[in-house]
Design a protein around this ligand. Structure first.
Ligand SMILES: [Cu+2]
Length: 129
């Protein structure tokens, strides 16, 4: 009579492990990583000029292949809690064939400009909790 009880206990332990594994899979399936929001960098505008995302999501700036002028992405103003603000600016300009992607973990309002065309090229990213 000892053996079946042990087998039952073993089977139960296996179920617990299986459930835990399934739980991990289910949780991953419930929260798929959303693709980055695309913003195009054009002569002489960002499109769209306003993006609202939930924290944890990324924005990807993609330079248009039609551009004939250089542009960059520069964070002019960000949330107070944001550290390492320079991470949200490109270090060089590009005309075409460039992209710049950043994930936004700190909620708040982010104001971007192109430093080559600061009066024309502006955009905002709003990050919600
Ligand atoms: Cu520009």
């Amino acid at each position: 009579m000892r053996r079946p009880r042990m087998l039952r206990a073993l089977a139960a332990a296996c179920c617990v492990v299986a459930a835990a594994l399934l739980g991990v899979t289910a949780a991953a399936a419930q929260a798929p990583k959303k693709p980055p929001v695309k913003v195009t960098v054009n002569d002489f505008y960002f499109a769209p000029t306003a993006v609202t995302i939930k924290k944890g999501r990324a924005v990807k700036w993609v330079w248009s292949s039609y551009n004939t002028y250089p542009h960059d992405v520069h964070l002019k103003q960000g949330p107070k809690a944001l550290k390492n603000k320079s991470r949200f600016s490109t270090t060089t300009t590009a005309v075409t064939d460039a992209h710049f992607q950043r994930t936004f973990e700190v909620p708040g309002t982010y104001k971007f400009i192109c430093t080559v065309h600061p009066s024309e090229m502006k955009m905002t990213v709003i990050v919600k909790k």
